[in-house]
Design a binder for this molecule. Structure first.
Ligand code: PRP
Ligand code: ZN
Ligand code: MG
Length: 220
């Protein structure tokens, strides 16, 4: 159930790669978004809807718990959170925010495939996705969890390799790292709470989902 009676809540990333496109999408779907006096909450003036602007990592939890009815988040974040018990439902892929979680190494590392990382340390912000990949590959490596600036880990000798998101490739290039393996492909998705909204808002939620779907297919 929504904690705020009478209004739907949509969780969107406050800042980062999905933030602007997420706002564009809900605006294109016909929601007139107005910035309120607090940064956390944007109000929609033509529907009883609020946008909750939070860290992307928190979005799956908010939606799974029903604190928000809908959310826009990267599949990478959703997938990493899964084993943590969040069970938000994916409604549809949104066609933006495409990026790839990749293993990358410095040129000084003699790389001949994932097995070259056996016994080595790999820095990442995605330990669960990486561990699953390494297990599938039969590679026993140590994972060093970093919240950000993963790309500096090899230079600091914190790790031999990294596993990080790549979109343009500029970050890897600037840090002299070579992408080697694709671990996970991601794009933005719309997610919904498994518990559903309060009954009076159910119809509104379905119509918002339909409008978003219309915008996404028209951009196909
Ligand atoms: C990711 C990743 C790199 C960057 C790669 O960070 O960690 O820093 O994007 O993009 P590029 O290939 O276009 O250079 P992101 O901004 O998604 O989130 P973060 O701040 O949580 O690391
Ligand atoms: Zn994040
Ligand atoms: Mg980054």
């Amino acid at each position: 159930m929504s904690t705020v009676q009478g209004r739907l809540r949509i969780a969107v990333q406050k800042s980062g790669r999905l933030a602007d496109r997420s706002l564009d999408l809900v605006r294109d779907a016909g929601l007139r978004v107005i910035k309120g006096n607090n940064d956390l909450l944007y109000r929609v003036e033509n529907y009883p809807i609020d946008l909750l602007r939070v860290r992307d990592d928190d979005i799956p939890t908010f939606v799974a718990d029903g604190v928000c009815d809908l959310g826009i988040v990267g599949e990478n974040v959703l997938e990493e959170g899964k084993n943590g018990g969040t069970n938000a439902e994916v409604v549809m892929p949104l066609g933006f925010g495409r990026c790839t979680l990749k293993l990358a190494v410095p040129p000084t590392l003699d790389y001949a495939g994932p097995a070259s990382l056996d016994g080595k340390r790999i820095a990442t912000s995605y330990p669960r996705i990486l561990r699953r990949y390494l297990d599938q590959q039969g590679v026993a490596a140590d994972i060093v969890v970093m919240r950000g600036a993963v790309e500096v880990a090899p230079r600091l000798k914190l790790a031999s390799a990294i596993c990080d998101l790549v979109s343009t490739g500029a970050t890897l290039e600037a840090n002299g790292l070579d992408a080697k393996e694709t671990v996970f492909e991601s794009q933005a998705v719309l997610i919904r709470s498994p518990s559903g909204p309060e009954p009076a808002l159910a119809h509104l939620l379905e119509s918002i989902v339909e409008r978003i779907s219309g915008v996404v297919s028209s951009q196909g």
